[in-house]
Write a protein that binds this ligand. Structure first.
Ligand code: KG4
Ligand code: ZN
Length: 355
């Protein structure tokens, strides 16, 4: 791995992230400017609004990262930036910013796949446990975010084989849509997790789509079931069908949120453990925003421990979008000689494991 400090930039979706990473592992600074409040009013991301917010916040985010890191340009050996997948307008803000920095400061530039970034967040040192070793290889990785859900057999930090993925919605997308149906705040993932914590009966039973023994996932049936169950609960609570305003009582929202979360966690955990055993993986790795979910973390780490498989799940703020993970992936790409020119372009679609 190349030594020195990497300046890493992430702007693929709705978080502006800038980080300074030493030796591909140690986080000197990782600053994220979140657009959650901005998109809450519309209940989702408006691409034009997201791109403009990146433009507004990228320089202050870099300045905050410099201040936090205690290092400066003389220490920085390269610039890494997310090149895709993501929203084209958002990606271009980070890419052009990184290009300008690399050009003016005469540093090499590398374009990073955002999904490889999520995966390699598990290779960052954990500030709470700095001596935790890197995940043993091959690793079975489950990446679950707002836009992606897949299993990868990762033989090295730059060698990933996709085993399966979602055939419809991503897990985070299902959380966000069902959160909206339940009248919870945006984004739905953390809101559902919080509501589920207040459940007491734990008897709401949602379906699971196993898709046979495959490594694929499907969440659209679960979403439809959620819509039906929420409508049923509203009718039972005496709310007329044409009343879109009256909210469900919080105790009922809690049970439904718990049942939905339980279904998603059950499918994700079962499939990652089964794939890890089948492939003889030396470790299990989780990444992406949904990996911030406490129920998922507890279930996968418990089942992995019971089988003696080391399991690495980054701290919650390294599971959601951030610049540090782009630094981790960028360091390993630079080490194998990857370089981007000033013609680096956004790749809105870029499956993991493709060059
Ligand atoms: O990785 P990420 O920050 O952005 C993408 O690359 O998509 O993931 C965002 C997704 C959102 O769908 C959000 O609802 C979900 O991650 N999420 C969670 C939790 N925190 C974020 N889902 C379930 N439980 C959470 N605690
Ligand atoms: Zn992401």
């Amino acid at each position: 791995m190349s030594g020195g400090v990497i300046l890493a930039v992430e702007s693929s979706c709705d978080e502006t992230g800038v980080a300074l990473i030493a030796d591909g592992r140690r986080i000197l600074a990782s600053v994220v400017a979140s657009q959650v409040a901005l998109h809450a009013a519309s209940g989702g991301i408006v691409p034009e609004v997201a791109a403009r917010a990146h433009l507004r916040w990228i320089v202050p985010t870099l300045e905050a990262a410099w201040a936090e890191s205690g290092v400066g340009w003389p220490d920085v050996s390269a610039v890494a930036v997310t090149a895709g997948p993501g929203l084209a307008g958002s990606l271009l803000v980070g890419i052009n910013f990184a290009k300008a920095l690399a050009y003016v400061r005469g540093r090499p530039l590398v374009g990073v796949n955002h999904l490889e970034g999520h995966l390699l967040a598990a290779w960052l040192a954990d500030p709470a446990d700095p001596d935790r070793p890197e995940p043993p290889l091959p690793a079975l990785a489950l990446i679950v975010s707002g836009g992606h859900t897949f299993l990868s057999l990762t033989r090295s930090p730059t060698d990933h084989t996709l085993l399966g993925g979602t055939v419809d919605d991503a897990a985070g997308e299902a959380f966000d849509k069902v959160g909206r149906m339940l009248g919870l705040s945006y984004p739905g993932g953390p809101a559902i997790a919080e509501a589920a914590g207040a459940a007491v009966r734990h008897d709401a039973r949602f379906p699971r789509a196993w898709l046979g023994g495959t490594d694929d996932f499907s969440f659209s049936g679960l979403k439809t079931a959620a819509r039906r169950m929420i409508a049923g609960a509203r009718a039972e609570a005496g709310i007329p069908p044409d009343d879109q305003v009256t909210p469900l009582p919080p105790a009922i929202v809690a049970e439904l949120a718990w049942g939905f979360q339980e279904s998603v966690v059950d499918v994700l955990a079962t499939k990652v453990i089964r794939a890890a055993e089948r492939e003889g993986a030396a470790s299990i790795v989780l990444g992406g925003g949904v990996a911030a979910n406490r129920a998922l973390r507890a279930r996968v780490s418990g089942e992995a421990a019971a089988r003696g498989i080391p399991c690495v799940i980054p701290a919650p703020d390294l599971c959601t979008d951030n610049g540090a993970m782009i630094g981790a992936a960028g360091a390993r790409r630079l080490a194998r000689g990857d370089r981007a020119g000033l013609d680096l372009d956004a790749r809105p679609t870029w499956p993991l494991g493709t060059p």
